[in-house]
Write a protein that binds this ligand. Structure first.
Ligand SMILES: [Zn+2]
Ligand SMILES: [Zn+2]
Length: 156
């Protein structure tokens, strides 16, 4: 299940709503993502990787990301690639994996280079709640502190 978070700047009231996690649509999102990779929508490197490793899995979970160059906020699918920890395990059905299964049975193989839609800089996915508690999320407009507003909602 995914969660929606509304964060607001204490200084200028800039707001950003982030829909994180993967929601109830995870199996569908997963299938579409894998099809997209095989069609080359995520670049040649990803396409090749899946051809060479048919047992690879991909993390479709959405994360809040912050541009390392201009400070803009975005929400991105992780797109990190994983390979089974046991390479001889042929029983794995990649199409129906849950994120929990990915976490338990897989090791990370590749991270997707997310780009900022405003400046083309490097987007860094963050653990939003963790960063907010460290007061490390800054307003892209005025650099004020971003705080979670109490309107947590669930989405699917
Ligand atoms: Zn602000
Ligand atoms: Zn940027």
């Amino acid at each position: 299940m995914g969660n929606g978070y509304l964060i607001r700047c204490v200084n200028c009231n800039y707001e950003y709503r982030a829909l994180l996690g993967y929601g109830m649509l995870f199996p569908t999102v997963y299938q579409e993502t894998v099809e997209g990779i095989k069609e080359g929508k995520f670049g040649e490197e990803y396409q090749k990787f899946f051809e060479e490793h048919p047992d690879a899995a991909v993390n479709c979970e959405a994360y809040m990301a912050i541009c390392q160059d201009c400070g803009a906020f975005d929400t991105v699918k992780s797109m990190s690639l994983f390979l089974p920890k046991k390479s001889d395990d042929k029983t794995v059905n990649v199409g129906c994996l849950t994120f929990q299964e990915i976490k338990e049975g897989y090791k990370i193989a590749k991270k997707y280079p997310h780009k900022c839609s405003s400046c083309g800089g490097t987007l860094k996915p963050i653990d939003l709640i963790d960063k907010l508690s460290q007061k490390a999320v800054r307003c892209p407009v005025c650099k004020g502190e971003m705080q979670l507003t109490p309107d947590l909602l669930l989405w699917d």
